[in-house]
Design a protein around this ligand. Structure first.
Ligand code: G6P
Length: 612
């Protein structure tokens, strides 16, 4: 949700910032802008993607080795050139980029107008830059002190970077609830929302913590202080991220690359955590806190979006394999209903980005109430990874397509491993089943490879239903959350209205929608509900719905019944969503491409939602 990148050093800043913005575009892409210091401040802001900014910039002199850039996902004010960041204070001295929301901006704005400040945009950010400038002038403060003073007066979330044109050797950044990383190069520094714009230049980074302010002085060092003006010492981290991981690698879209990476990423998520020959499963973060898990009254999962669907699958996994009560919560709802949480609960946050504001807020509440907090996160060093007491990285590698694919399957791997680990320790699963599950897990990458070979067939099915206005996804048991995720994938990237339903619930409403125009995607791989799902297919067919069935290889009966059948390899039922997810991802992908949609950056969405 908004991407920030800034540079101070001896190289031309603009090309570095532009490239960085392209890498951060997944965070928001309704408008973009840069400010470069070249004696004065040259600022260019454009509605639309970074490419629009790039076109507009050709007409300007952007030579300078200090600058800031921003790619926006609008919160306050519609996406247009004026509301795009950076915003400049009315004195013309300060320019600032911001990711987050200043909740008390209206009161501050009124006060600043009374003091003679003049506002051009509808944004909360312009209020913040004027507030900093007002304090700088009135109290004769340095830029960093003015930033600190201003931030004590704002309520809300922010990652900001600001500079003063009269002070060309200083860049100031700060964060609260929105991420900001410092990249440390040779006589050059970067500030960015994540490490992707930085990694080309240096792998040395420092992650700012909440309410910390960094002051970077050109050709000198940087200093971090907290909002109370106390010096903070951070260890420099070395990132293990390769530039190729951030490229499309010959695929048309990041989403397609990420779908096709799954045989590898699923394997990576298991690496070092499972051994079929020796018959063990061990998930580090859980192992270290095993007594809390063994004595937990409940496991509570908090998440949003696709991660919430993984959490729903976790409910089935942990209740079945480890016999522990599980609750699954939308992170955004959890905190507003005064939930009952005790020290005997374990609260697990699932998040690809590790930055989702609602999930972070839910975790803070859980911590306050004394629960053990556990993060299941993809992005190393992200806010959730740092806030939680313990956790496991899913190791799916950078996921750039806005619609989550490989992170979903990797989350399911970790959740399956954790449920098995706990079930085995508790004795709620027998040794034979435990071994069978380990073997099934280890064979997943090969099975995913086989499913990916069905790409052409799935593309053909996509061409048959691409003009639909609605779609229904049905599943039972483990396949119900998988159906929800299938529907979400379709709606987010193709803009077709899609709903996921427990197959049996179809009779209580959605059946009224079925006619010859309605594709019904039925996940019919689970043996335990085989007959019931067969009846559901009949019910859809009787109403002329178009049945696309995901079935187990060799299920001739269901194959005959369906209009289109996608046959996938058999696996243990708790692992079935890991396989059924793949054809559903491909189906959505091809439909979206055929409809001319922007697959990697669907309208109105952002990959990392850092506002509540
Ligand atoms: C956004 C993304 C989704 C993602 C959700 C939760 O809505 O577009 O793909 O599932 O946020 O994100 P998280 O990073 O917490 O998994």
């Amino acid at each position: 949700m908004c991407g920030i990148v800034a540079y101070i050093g001896n190289k031309p800043a603009y090309p570095i910032i532009l490239e960085g913005l392209k890498r951060l575009e997944y965070r928001g892409y309704d408008s973009a802008g840069v400010s470069i210091l070249n004696g004065n401040i040259t600022t260019i802001k454009k509605k639309g993607k970074v490419a629009e900014l790039e076109k507009a910039a050709t007409e300007y002199d952007l030579n300078g080795n200090l600058g800031i850039g921003h790619t926006r996902w609008a919160t306050h004010g519609r996406p247009d050139d004026i509301n795009a960041h950076p915003h400049i204070s009315s004195s013309g001295r300060l320019t600032l980029v911001h990711n987050g929301i200043i909740e008390n901006y209206a009161v501050l704005k009124e006060a600043l107008i009374d003091l003679g400040h003049d506002f051009k945009s509808e944004t909360d950010t312009e209020v913040l830059v004027n507030l900093i400038d007002e304090l700088r002038i009135k109290k004769e403060l340095s830029l960093e002190d003015a930033v600190r003073d201003a931030l004590t007066r704002v309520i809300g979330a922010y990652a900001i970077v600001v500079f003063d044109k009269e002070n060309p050797n200083v860049l100031v950044g700060a964060r609260k609830s929105s991420p900001l990383v410092i990249g440390i190069g040779d006589n050059e520094y970067f500030l960015a929302s994540d490490a992707s714009p930085i990694i080309k230049f240096t792998n040395k980074v420092v992650y700012l913590d909440d309410e910390e302010i960094v002051t970077i002085r050109r050709n000198e060092n940087f200093e971090i202080r907290n909002i109370k003006n106390q010096v903070q010492n951070h260890k420099i981290k070395e990132l293990d991220l390769k530039l190729e991981e951030l490229e499309k690698g010959g695929y048309d879209h990041f989403m397609l690359k990420e779908i096709f990476q799954q045989p590898v990423t699923i394997g990576e998520s298991m690496r070092g955590r499972i051994n079929a020959d020796e018959g063990w499963v061990s998930v580090g973060g859980m192992q270290e806190n095993m007594s809390r898990f063994l004595n937990a009254d409940r496991l509570i999962f908090v998440a949003c979006g696709t991660s919430w669907h993984s959490a729903l699958i976790a409910e089935y996994l942990f209740e079945e394999l480890a016999r522990v009560p599980v609750e699954v919560e939308y992170a955004s709802e959890f905190r507003y209903r005064n939930p009952i949480i005790s020290e005997k609960d374990v609260v697990l946050a699932l998040s690809q980005s590790g930055e989702t504001a609602d999930t972070l807020a839910a975790l803070r509440l859980a911590k306050e109430k004394g629960a053990l907090t556990y993060g299941i996160v993809n992005v190393i060093g992200s806010s959730i990874a740092r806030l939680t007491d313990c956790g496991s990285y899913i190791h799916a590698g950078p996921e750039i397509g806005v619609a989550s694919t490989k992170a979903f399957t990797s989350q399911l791997v970790i959740l399956s491993l954790m449920a098995l680990n706990l079930g085995h320790r508790k004795g709620t699963i027998n040794e034979g089943y435990f071994r069978k599950m380990i073997i099934a897990l280890e064979s997943l990458p090969k099975k995913v490879e086989r499913i990916l070979k069905l790409n052409d067939k799935i593309k053909y099915i996509a061409s048959e239903i691409k003009n639909s206005q609605h779609a229904l996804y049905l599943g039972r048991g483990y396949s119900f959350p998988a159906a929800l995720e299938g529907a979400l994938k379709l709606k987010e990237i193709s803009y077709i209205h899609a709903e996921g339903y427990p197959a049996a619930e179809m009779k209580h409403g959605p059946i009224a929608l079925i006619d010859e125009h309605m594709p019904v995607i039925i996940i019919a791989t689970n043996e335990s509900a085989r007959e019931k799902i067969e009846s559901n297919i009949q019910e859809v067919k009787a109403r002329k719905g178009i049945v696309i069935a995901i079935i187990t290889e060799g299920d001739e009966e269901l194959k005959k019944m369906a209009n289109y059948a996608i046959e996938i390899p058999e696996t243990e039922e708790p692992l079935s969503p890991l396989l059924s997810a793949i054809p559903l991802q491909l189906l959505s992908y091809h439909i979206a491409v055929m409809r001319g949609c922007d697959v990697d950056q669907p309208r109105n969405l952002a990959k990392s939602v850092t506002v509540e």
